[in-house]
Design a protein. Sequence first.
Length: 320
Amino acid sequence: MKKRILRDIEVSEVGMGCMSFSHGYGQIPPEKYSIEAIRNAYDHGCTFFDTAEVYSPNLAGIGHNELIVGKALKDVRENAVIATKLMLHGFSTGSVYQTVRKHLEGSLERLQTDHVDIYYLHRMSSIPVEKVAEAMGRLMEEGLIRGWGLSQVDVDVIDRAQQVTPLAAIQNIYSMVERDSEAEIIPYCMEHNIGFVPFSPIASGLLSGKITPQTKFEKNDDVRNWVPQLSGRNIAGNQPIVEMLKGFAEKKSATPAQISLAWMLHKYPNVVPIPGSKNKERIIENLDSANVELTEDEFTALEDTLNSLKVYGHRGLGGF
Ligand SMILES: NC(=O)c1ccc[n+]([C@@H]2O[C@H](COP(=O)([O-])OP(=O)(O)OC[C@H]3O[C@@H](n4cnc5c(N)ncnc54)[C@H](OP(=O)(O)O)[C@@H]3O)[C@@H](O)[C@H]2O)c1
C-alpha cells in the first residue's frame, strides 16, 4: 500500500482502528479472531494500528485492546507503527512526566514492545498541555516514544503544545458528516508538518450505506445507541448523503465506505484515516480505499454535492 508521513513516521495510507475488538460496537469477537483480523490487515499492507489503554469491554479495566494488538503484531513489530493513548485524570504525587511515564510503561508491557510510535493524550484534563508536551519531549529523548499527539483538541491547544514539543499527529473526529476540523485544524497541521488522523472516518458505519433508520444496535457497550447522528430521524435525514455515495460507488466499482475514505485521502496529503471494523472482510475493503483513485472532476463533484446537502446530527463525543 502507498505510504504517508506523520511528521517523520511513515505509515500506510490507510490505518486500522482496533477499538471495536474490545469496546464500543457491541459483542466483541473471540480473541483469536481479532488477532487474525489484525494480522490479515498487516499482510494486506496496513502498517498503522490504533489502540488506547482505555479500550476494554464497557471501558471497565485497562488494556484489553493493547494486549490483543501486542499479541497480533509481536513478531512483525519492527514493520508496524503502533499508536496508543493515555488518559490523564490529574496527578496526586510525582511530576506530570512521572505520571505519563507510568501509563506508558503499562502500555509497553501490554503491547510487548520497548517503544510506542505515536503516544497520544486521549483527552485534555486539568493538566496544562504544555506540561504534557514537556513530558512527551523527555520520553522521545529517552527513545520510549517516537512521536506524540493529541486527540479531540482545538487549534489553540495544538498551538500551545506544538511550541513546546512538535507534534507527530492530531487524532480528531473527521468524516464527510463531521467536517469541523477543515476550518482551522487541518490547515494548521499542514502548515506545521503534523499528520491528521481522522477517527470514526465512516461516521460509525453511517457512510457505509448499511445502516437504515430501522437498524437496531446491540444493547451492551454499543456507542451507536447514543451517537446523535445515528438516531432513526437523523439516519433518515442523512440518506441523501448516503445515496450520493452509493451512486458514486456504483460508477467507480467501489463501495460507499471506500468512496468516503478516498474523498479525504484525495483532499489532504497529511490525512491518514483509521477506520474500525470487527469484520475481516470489511477491514480489507476499507484498506482497499487506498486503491480508489478519484479524478479531479470526480472529487469536485463529490465536494460540491456534499456542500449542498444538510448534515443531520453529529457524532457526539461521549465516547473514546
Ligand atoms: N481518539 C478518540 O477519541 C477515538 C474515538 C473513537 C474511535 N477512535 C479510533 O478510531 C477508530 C475508528 O473509529 P470508529 O470505529 O468509532 O468508527 P468508524 O470507523 O467510522 O466506523 C465503525 C463502524 O462502521 C462499521 N463499518 C466499518 N467499515 C465498514 C464497511 N466497509 N461496511 C459496513 N460497515 C462498516 C463497523 O461495523 P463492523 O464492525 O460490523 O464492520 C462499525 O460499526 C477506532 O477503532 C479507534 O481506534 C478514536
